[in-house]
Structures are given as structure tokens and as C-alpha cells.
Design a protein around this ligand. Sequence first.
Ligand code: TXA
Ligand code: MG
Length: 312
Amino acid sequence: MSVIGQDIETAASLLKKGIAVAIPTETVYGLAVNAFDPIAVTSVFTIKNRPDFDPLIVHVGNHEAIRSFTRSVHPVEELLMRKYWPGPMTIILQRNDRIPDIVCSGLDTVGVRMPNHEVTLKLLNLLPFPLAAPSANPFGYISPTRPDHVDRQLGDQIPYILDGGDCSVGVESTILKVENDKVHVLRLGGLSVDRLKEDGFDPVVSDHSSSRPSAPGMLTSHYSPWKKIMPLKDGETPDETTSVLYFSRKPIRKIDRTLSESGDLEEAARNLFRLMRELEQENSTGILVEFVPEVSLGRAINDRLRRACAMG
Ligand code: TXA
Ligand code: MG
């Protein structure tokens, strides 16, 4: 069992010693280490059982912090960072040697993000280094949105979970890359494509169903719990041993759940991973999931549901 606490100083002192600590963000909890310390970074791959071809996101507490480890920032990249940070947006930037190869799986780019969470922003601004942090779950499993989710899966491997309450967004950050002046969406997430369009960015969304992912770690089977999980077909009546995850329909049976009774996509995103975990614990043999409207955050929610179903 980890200690779950709210002491930023404790978290900072462990991180300075090269020890991994779970931290809250507005998207999901992260498993953080000093991004400049290759030995500490290696421990994160071991704890998560994560393959080393899957690069980590580096978290910063202010705009200036990226200067020491990135090269030649493009004006569109600058604009995206000014507009969406702190927030659920990761941007892929050119990096220098300050970042150890293991953080980026040897790529010459690094994913960077400034999370919008008061506790973690304070922590980051206390530290003399940025934090490399993947989601704080075993590799291939759904991400944690509460301290107890982290504790249940990684509690015997990390000493401290910094408690920042429930995540307010609930799905991982949107990953963007600027190429030839164009904004490419490498992973759908908490910053919606609709919002990017409203703001005039005209983003290109990659084909996420590809079995050869453009971003390492975009494997189809990501985010899956261990139970059998399948799409709920139109008009299908579930058998009595199968749970259903509805979008807005009020659940009738104890073994079912609903993402948002009022049909609110932000609430649905906030509840998604917690309810998937709950259904996994339920006394049912499988899970049927209902897809949500393919707009705004619904695109990221459906993306996570499709990945979960791909496990079969
Ligand atoms: O919301 C989030 O982004 C959370 C919180 C903790 O910040 N983090 C997160 O990290 O989701 P993780 O490790 O589960 O996903 C990171 C993904 C990788 O799997 C990869 O797809 C992409 O970020 N990525 C990282 N660096 C990259 C790079 N240089 N080029 C392309 N993709 C990269
Ligand atoms: Mg992850």
C-alpha cells in the first residue's frame, strides 16, 4: 500500500531522490519521475511493465521550463501552448540532449504538457526539473482518475500518491504535432477537435484505427479492462449476466452503469474510466458499451471505448 497524502513537500523530496510518485492532473493520474534522470525514468517503465518503444510525456509548470530541453519552437506550436496551457494538450516538440533517450524512445522529439491542476503545478514549480509521467496504470490497462485506482494497481510499488481528488477531465490529453504548418491530432483527448476547429486551427485527425500507430503506444487494445467488452448493438437486449455501460439511459439493473444521465459529454468523460473499473468488479461476465455522440469530447470517449472493445 502506498501512502495517499496531500503533502507536496513529501512528493518533492521523493522525486528529488529519483523515486517515482503518483501525481494528480486534470486528465488522469500520472506516475512521475525526474525527466532528466535516466535511472529514475527506467524505474517507471519497470513499475508499469511498459515496453521501451512507448515514449513518455514530460510535464512542466510554466512556459519557460521547456526552453532548456527543446529546440526551435515553431510559431504555431507557440500559439498552441499559449492558448491551451495549462490544459489537456500535449505537444510534440523537437528536443535536445538534456532529455535522456529513454524518455522519448530514442525519437528526436518529446511530448510536453502543462497540466491544469493546482497541486501539480505547485509541485512542478518547486522542482528544478520537469516530470516525465505516463498514466499511473499497468501498461495496456485503463488510466486511473482517483488516488485509490492507483493504489489498487501500483500501491505495492510506489511509496506515495499525491492526492488531488477526482480528475476533472477524465480522459488523457489530446496529443498534437505541427508538421508543415498544419496541426495533426495524434491522439484524441481532453481538448476536443471541435474546439480546435472553433479556434481556427483546421486540425488533421490521423486514422486511429490503424494497426501501425503513428504515435507509439496508440495500440488498438490500449485502455482495456480484463473482462470481455463489446459494443451494445442497436435494440440489443443484454443477457442477465452481462453489464451495460449506457451513455445517458438510466441504469435499470445493479450490474449496469450510465456515463451521464443528463447526456453531458464532459460528465461522461469524467466518469468513463471509473465506471469501467466498477463494471469490472461487478458480478457480471462481460460488458456491453454504448457509444456516445461523435461530437466534442464524445470523439475521445468513443476512441477509448473502441480500444477497450478491440481486446474482444
Ligand atoms: O493526459 C495525459 O496525457 C496523461 C497525464 C498523466 O498527463 N499522460 C498520458 O501518458 O496519457 P501515456 O504515457 O499514457 O501516453 C503517452 C503517449 C505515448 O503512448 C505516445 O503515444 C505519445 O504519448 N507520445 C509521447 N511522446 C511522443 C513522441 N515524441 N512522439 C509521438 N508520440 C509521443
Ligand atoms: Mg497511458
